[in-house]
Design a protein. Structure first.
Length: 271
């Protein structure tokens, strides 16, 4: 960890997550807010955070792109959407800036590009920055190695009605972890919905079910269902601060790290 002030740039800073990231950076001792971005048609461009959103910061202004932020920064924090985040990663690669990417919904090709480009800059990329969820990743893997026989695996995730991708990136990461633990091909064994006369559940299935309703911040359940018993691992996010706290912890952790691709398991020392 670094004890110096680390200037950060935040992309999509007027969104729900972006605003909270900015606010919590301002409340953080090791981090500072150097600038923010919003799309070119945004009414906030050129305005300070205080003038645009009422957040008490009169020195950081909204810019159209990372290239046009006038104050220098060391780390980019991006919780936007895949197309925008890929531009962030390409910028970070060219300008040798560290990046924390919390966006979900990347294609396999985009994930591969991020990993390749991260050879030229330090990058933490994770579908969920919550410390609790990343502990869930570790525990789910450990449980799977114990319950090797006679247990069916189901993942249920619930989010607010505004979420655009499904299943969530967190649910998919859980599915990948469990598929690896059980030596299964997720492309062949993942089951994402059930309807009609579908027949008996196969032993190899990994169910990933999605709920979208109201303002649910995020809930993930991993169910190990046996005969006569059931073990459930549950994480519930009460608000977005847990994601932001993890992202800011990752931004501080990245200071001085060599180029490469990291995730929150690396940040938290869970490997």
């Amino acid at each position: 960890m670094s004890s110096k002030i680390i200037p950060c740039a935040v992309t999509g800073a007027a969104g729900r997550m972006g605003q909270r990231i900015c606010q919590m950076i301002l409340d953080s001792e090791p981090l500072d807010l150097a600038g923010m971005t919003e799309p070119k048609n945004s009414p906030y461009l050129g305005k300070t955070l205080k003038d645009a959103l009422g957040i008490p910061c009169d020195y950081a202004t909204f810019a159209e792109s990372l290239d046009t932020i006038t104050t220098d920064f060391d780390v980019i924090i991006d919780f936007t959407f895949p197309e925008n985040s890929m531009e962030t990663v390409r910028f970070a690669s060219k300008r040798k800036k560290a990046a924390v990417i919390g966006t979900t919904g990347f294609s396999e090709e985009e994930k591969a590009e991020i990993k390749e480009l991260s050879n030229s800059f330090p990058c933490v990329c994770a579908p969920n920055m919550s410390m609790g969820v990343n502990t869930l990743f570790k525990i789910a893997n450990d449980v799977a190695k114990i319950l090797t026989q006679g247990f069916d695996i189901e993942i249920i995730e619930a989010h607010h009605k505004f979420k655009k991708d499904a299943p969530s990136g967190t649910a998919m990461r859980l599915a990948e972890i469990l598929a690896d633990a059980y030596n299964r091909d997720l492309e062949k064994t993942g089951v994402y919905q059930r309807k009609g006369f579908i027949g008996e559940r196969t032993k190899e299935e990994i169910g990933i079910q999605t709920i979208r309703a109201g303002d649910i911040v995020g809930e993930h359940t991993v169910m190990f269902g046996g005969i006569g018993e059931r073990l459930e691992l549950i994480h519930r996010a009460q608000n977005r601060d847990c994601f932001v706290s993890g992202a800011l912890f990752a931004a501080e952790w990245l200071a001085g790290k060599p180029n490469g691709y990291y995730d929150m398991q690396d940040v938290l020392g869970l490997r």
